[in-house]
Design a protein around this ligand. Structure first.
Ligand code: PLP
Length: 424
């Protein structure tokens, strides 16, 4: 039996030790969801904890802060405790708060301390735009011109960033390095330990954007001695659209005055003394700003339960295997149609999605949607397809490849224009 048959896909599903989680998600009949790297699907458990929180509000009103099934006053800390193992941190080094962009602002406002000629920030030219906008505005707040003070390490091939080039950029004029853990387009996974070591050797602080790795890849932020990190919880962690994000601060930085102070960063025992002197928490909780968005955190309670049960090592294992299977099928079935796989093949250098490149990518995506496959498109030529460990089956992947083959064979994409839609 060859690897290209449906029977083989079904066998892989039978052997899949995470198979039981699939039925906990709301998968739509007639549709194959390949966009869990942009917005994870709703699970029954996430829905349950959301409704329980609504119920707490209904029943307790203001007393929901301290009573009910999921008291709100400690909810950010409780979720941090559940998230900590996924990022390789102690519970008090993590807090669930804000959003990716807000948390980046907070962390740069706190840890970017230009001094003498050390004034520059290193980022890379492939990072997600919001990170770059935030860094430029932080530089302007400090009175620096981003043109000169933001160094965007260039990509040699338009897909990936060479770690050597990042290290070369770490000069004695650099105060801070901000990098993605996984590149959002090509899925390149950076060697965080190596980059952290190299930054520290040169007296530079380093922070990572974990949007495309948290919930998909195990991390060891504390062991690697990363200074800080931030991420969203709505991609691989299935926390819901606009769900509250997370941040990590290495315990060696506890006590660093928050750059953007707000009362929810207070030590909890004194917060309601309501003094005009701010007493920050002595852990990552200090970097919270205002009242937590309770209803946007509640689904995470249910979702993170599943991650604890499945285990990050198992999730990564399946993710690597199902992505590998996907790439093998693409190689075998779609070789003649002008596709290129834009992600790296090496396990230690790839994240959780396949970056499929094609000149007609935008309209191939539209054809896929017509067939009920949900991909996303990233200009100019990338179709991102993410088989998710907890809910994508090998049979789904097999079907996506058959559909792509039909679209290409029959040139079905030609009836669409090759332009992107508003979101994906
Ligand atoms: C998804 C994503 C974001 C999103 O930021 P928000 O503040 O949640 O809108 C930021 N950075 C990267 C790298 C992302 O992938």
């Amino acid at each position: 039996m060859t690897k290209s048959t449906l029977e083989y896909a079904k066998q892989l599903d039978e052997r899949d030790t995470l198979r039981r989680f699939r039925e906990e998600f709301y998968l739509q009949p007639g549709s194959i969801y390949m966009d869990g790297n942009s917005l994870g699907l709703l699970s029954k458990r996430a829905e349950r904890t959301l409704f329980e929180s609504v119920e707490d509000w209904k029943k307790y009103g203001i007393d929901g802060w301290t009573q009910g099934q999921h008291p709100w006053f400690e909810l950010s800390e409780r979720l941090a405790e559940m998230l900590a193992p996924l990022v390789g941190a102690r519970a008090d080094e993590v807090i669930v708060t804000g959003s990716t962009t807000v948390n980046l602002h907070q962390l740069v406002a706190t840890f970017y301390q230009p001094e003498g000629k050390r004034t520059k920030i290193v980022a890379d030219e492939l990072n997600f735009p919001t990170d770059i906008y935030a860094l430029k505005s932080q530089l302007r707040i400090h009175g620096f011109d981003p043109e000169h003070h933001l160094i965007e390490v260039k990509s040699r091939d338009g897909r990936t960033i060479e770690e050597e080039d990042i290290i070369t950029a770490m000069s004695d004029e650099v105060a801070l390095v901000i990098l993605p853990t996984v590149q959002y387009r090509s899925g390149q996974l950076l060697d965080m330990k190596r980059l952290t070591d190299e930054a520290h050797k040169r007296g530079i602080l380093i922070g990572f954007d974990g949007c495309h790795s948290v919930g998909s890849i195990p991390h060891a932020f504390s062991d690697w001695d990363v200074d800080f990190a931030y991420w969203c919880n709505y991609k691989y962690l299935n926390g819901g659209p606009g769900g509250v994000g997370g941040l990590y601060v290495n315990r060696k930085h506890f006590g660093a005055e928050p750059g953007l102070a707000g009362w929810f960063g207070s030590r909890k025992d004194v917060q309601f003394d309501l003094l005009h002197t701010f007493t920050p928490a002595d852990n990552a909780g200090a970097y919270q700003i205002g009242t937590p968005h309770v209803l946007s955190m509640a689904p995470l309670l249910g979702s993170l339960e599943m991650f604890a049960e499945a285990g990050m090592e198992q999730i990564r294992k399946k993710s690597l295997e199902i992505n590998e299977y996907f790439m093998e099928l693409i190689d075998a079935e779609l070789a003649d149609f002008g596709f290129e796989i834009g992600n790296l093949r090496d396990d230690v250098r790839r994240g959780g999605h396949v970056c499929l490149e094609h000149l007609e990518a935008a309209r191939i995506c539209k054809s896929l949607k017509e067939h009920g496959v949900i991909p996303d498109f990233r200009a100019p030529n990338v179709i991102r397809l993410a088989p998710i460990a907890l809910y994508t089956s090998y049979e789904d992947v097999w079907n996506v490849v058959q559909i792509l083959k039909e679209i290409m064979d029959e040139k079905q994409y030609e009836k669409y224009t090759n332009e992107r839609e508003t979101v994906a």
